[in-house]
Ligand binder design. Structure first.
Ligand SMILES: Cc1cc2nc3c(=O)[nH]c(=O)nc-3n(C[C@H](O)[C@H](O)[C@H](O)COP(=O)(O)OP(=O)(O)OC[C@H]3O[C@@H](n4cnc5c(N)ncnc54)[C@H](O)[C@@H]3O)c2cc1C
Length: 359
């Protein structure tokens, strides 16, 4: 019986889009299936911006970000559009010392700045005695444009995109994978599951256990006229006290970055509750309030709160990613709240695993 596709990529967030893009030009048939419409706001990849940074305390992530940097630059020259606004990236707090060591070990540029030096360069307020690490190659990824560029490159390279096509189950059969959708059952030589927070449920239908935990994180948008001038900021000194304002999880660090066309986007990393991805996307009011107050303390020109929304993290125990192959099923769970920047390298890895699986 003829197969419907050689490779089916399930989930068209940034990771699925990058995987499909990396499969562009492949001689076989590739389908990219998305349960909702492109650009929907229920998963992890929506919005206008994400932080791109080399700033990591772990040199493995610095090296991976350096690899991703080259891939983003290549994509920019292919699509003729700027996808990363290179404003640099600024870290505050004790983790910044480890970040300096990791950047130095990888040969990346950075500067250590005093509170006065930071205040002289940007309209920010730092506490007396605070220091910052500035890394000039970071910046703001234009998330919606990056996603659109990857999908466009995939489609131009022969990938067929099908929106509004939820996959209900996977079954491993002799030499193929059966992919159950509402309309029909498709057969493929290999599938790549890039279904974000929905991945464990889908993989469970094929008897594959994926140890990730989805959380629903809240971000706020604020009117900050200087947002575009200030580098993305990660403030490891800022966290609520346990129970403060009714916040259950105190998170790891406050962060903020420009949201082009909107204002300043700010959040509290890893503070959201464990969630079912199909639950209503309701922001946590206590986190939105705390983050807004933090932004007022750090930025000199914070105006009104423009809104709040949620976004899903799919968390592994150590913030690493799951990029693996189980026979004809490839899994790409690359989130833990920091996966966007790595999408082009992760997509290449998953595409290589898919070609191996389809062989
Ligand atoms: C608040 C927030 C801030 C972040 N900030 C940063 C940042 O500054 N820098 C950074 O690098 N990263 C950041 N990240 C992380 C980054 O956004 C994620 O790592 C990335 O978007 C994950 O993409 P994904 O494709 O794995 O998941 P998703 O975008 O959720 O894509 C999965 C897709 O699969 C579809 N799908 C699911 N199940 C099925 C099915 N059965 N059939 C068909 N389709 C299906 C879903 O509808 C969805 O579109 C942040 C994340 C959040 C939530």
């Amino acid at each position: 019986m003829p197969r419907d596709a050689d490779i089916v990529v399930i989930g068209a967030g940034i990771v699925g889009a990058a995987t499909a893009r990396a499969l562009a030009g492949y001689a076989g048939t590739v389908l990219l299936l998305e349960q909702f419409e492109l650009g929907h706001t229920r998963g992890s990849s929506h919005g206008t911006s994400r932080i791109f940074r080399l700033n990591y305390p772990d040199p493995r992530f610095v090296r991976m970000a350096l690899g991703a940097d080259g891939e983003w630059r290549r994509l920019e020259s292919e699509c003729g559009e700027r996808l990363i606004e290179r404003a640099g990236c600024l870290d505050l707090g004790p983790v910044a010392r480890e970040t300096e060591r990791a950047l130095a070990a990888c040969g990346a540029r950075y500067e250590t700045l005093s509170a006065d030096e930071v205040r002289a360069r940007w309209p920010l307020r730092l506490d007396e005695g605070q220091t910052a690490v500035y890394q000039p190659d970071g910046g703001v990824t234009r998330a919606d444009r990056a996603h659109a560029a990857l999908v466009a490159g995939a489609v131009a390279g022969g990938v067929e995109l099908r929106e509004q096509t939820p996959v209900r189950a996977l079954a491993l059969d002799r030499g193929e994978v059966r992919v159950a959708t509402d309309g029909a059952e498709l057969t493929a030589r290999a599938v790549v599951v890039t279904a974000g927070a929905w991945s464990p449920r889908l993989l469970g239908t094929a008897g594959i256990d994926l140890a990730v935990v989805p959380t629903r994180e809240t971000v706020v948008y604020l009117d900050v006229p200087s947002a575009g001038e200030v580098p993305p900021l990660i403030d490891y000194d800022a966290r609520p006290a346990a129970g403060e304002g009714g916040i259950d999880r105190v998170g790891q660090s406050a962060y903020a970055l420009a949201a082009p066309g909107v204002g300043l986007k700010a959040g509290l990393h890893h503070s959201g509750p464990v969630t079912d991805p199909d639950d209503e996307p309701t922001p946590t009011a206590a986190i939105a309030d705390w983050v807004s107050e933090w932004a007022v303390r750090r930025y000199v020109d914070v105006g009104e709160r423009l809104g709040a929304e949620t976004c899903l993290y799919t968390n592994t125990a150590d913030e690493g990613f799951v990029l693996e192959r189980h026979g004809r099923v490839v899994i790409g769970s690359a989130c833990s709240g920091h996966g966007f920047k790595f999408a082009p390298v992760v997509g290449r890895t998953l595409a290589a695993l898919a070609l191996e699986a389809a062989d």
